[in-house]
Design a protein around this ligand. Structure first.
Ligand SMILES: [Zn+2]
Length: 137
């Protein structure tokens, strides 16, 4: 894939499909919906939601796009590992623990949530590798 003026919908879908298959979450429930973020893993329903808002992606948005998709895929991998209902419970328990002040160094039930921190680390750590993989083709 060449990074030209923009990455079209076919190329965008190809990247998502490749990543889902690579991380073996190809059978996770996927829903397309209009939303601001590129993607979002819905913990309550065990669904990977993909935005229909971005028909194409500009090259300068590629890093953020890949980091987001990888971050959300990590949630899907967790959900697959534990079963999504169990993962939902684990995630909510973590949120409640933070909200109730069980951790002295954590205050935000979302940002300080260990599942969010792990997912973001995974996204950031793998983004460049995939970026070069997709842009070399
Ligand atoms: Zn997340």
């Amino acid at each position: 894939m060449l990074v030209k003026e923009f990455i079209n919908k076919t190329e965008k879908d190809y990247m998502i499909t490749t990543l889902l298959q690579h991380y073996k979450v190809g059978n996770v429930k996927v829903k397309h919906k209009a939303m601001k973020d590129y993607a979002q893993y819905n913990v309550d329903t065990g669904t990977l939601e993909l935005s229909t808002k971005y028909k194409e992606i500009k090259p300068r948005q590629l890093k953020e796009f890949l980091t987001t998709i990888l971050h959300e895929i990590y949630h899907a991998m967790d959900a697959k590992k534990y079963g999504w209902r169990k993962f939902k419970d684990m995630y909510e328990t973590e949120m409640n623990m933070i909200a109730q002040g069980h951790y002295p160094d954590k205050s935000d039930p979302y940002k300080d949530n260990k599942y969010e921190i792990e997912a973001e680390k995974f996204g950031v750590n793998n983004m460049l590798r995939w970026k070069s993989h997709f842009t070399k083709k």
